[in-house]
Design a protein around this ligand. Structure first.
Ligand SMILES: NC(=O)c1ccc[n+]([C@@H]2O[C@H](COP(=O)([O-])OP(=O)(O)OC[C@H]3O[C@@H](n4cnc5c(N)ncnc54)[C@H](O)[C@@H]3O)[C@@H](O)[C@H]2O)c1
Length: 125
C-alpha cells in the first residue's frame, strides 16, 4: 500500500476546506474525511456544499461562507470549533473563473469584482 493510500493518516485532525462544494474542494474534503479527518466544508453554494457533506455526514459539516467577507470567516471558525474542536488545517481553495470569454474582458471584470476581494481577505487586509 502506498503512503497516499494508507488509511487514517488524518485521524484526529480537523480541517476547513473552502470551496468544498464543487471540483477540487469537494474532492479534497472527501479525501480528508476518508483519511479520518473531521472536515468543515465552507462554500457560498449551499447546494454544492450540502452535496459534498452528504457523502460522509458523520465526518463533515457544511457552513455557508463567502470567503470575501471577514464576518463570514469569524462565524466559520466559531462554528467549526463548536462542531469539532481545535482546527488543524485550512485548505483555502475557494475561487472562481469565467469560461469561454475573451481574456482581457474577463480579467478586467474579475480583478475588481471577485479576485481582489478574495485575495485581499486571504492576506488579511
Ligand atoms: N480547475 C482548474 O483547472 C484550475 C486551475 C488553476 C486553479 N484553479 C483554482 O482551484 C480552485 C478550485 O477550482 P475548481 O476547478 O474546483 O473550481 P469550482 O468552480 O468547481 O469550485 C470552486 C468552489 O468555490 C466556491 N466559491 C467561489 N467563490 C466563493 C466565495 N467567495 N466564497 C466561498 N466559496 C466560493 C464555489 O461555489 C465552488 O463550489 C479555484 O480557486 C480555482 O481558481 C483551478
Amino acid at each position: 500500500m502506498s503512503s497516499i493510500a494508507k488509511a487514517g493518516r488524518l485521524a484526529g485532525k480537523v480541517a476547513i476546506v473552502t470551496g468544498g462544494g464543487s471540483g477540487y474542494g469537494a474532492g479534497i474534503a472527501k479525501l480528508f474525511a476518508e483519511q479520518g479527518a473531521k472536515v468543515v466544508v465552507a462554500d457560498i453554494n449551499e447546494d454544492g456544499g450540502k452535496r459534498t457533506v452528504a457523502a460522509m455526514p458523520d465526518s463533515m459539516r457544511f457552513h455557508k461562507t463567502n470567503v470575501a467577507k471577514e464576518s463570514d470567516w469569524k462565524r466559520l471558525v466559531e462554528a467549526s470549533q463548536m462542531a469539532f474542536g481545535s482546527i488543524n488545517c485550512l485548505v483555502n481553495n475557494a475561487g472562481t473563473t469565467y469560461r469561454n470569454k475573451g481574456r482581457l474582458q474577463i480579467y478586467n471584470h474579475m480583478r475588481v469584482t471577485q479576485l481582489m476581494p478574495i485575495a485581499a481577505d486571504a492576506r488579511g487586509y
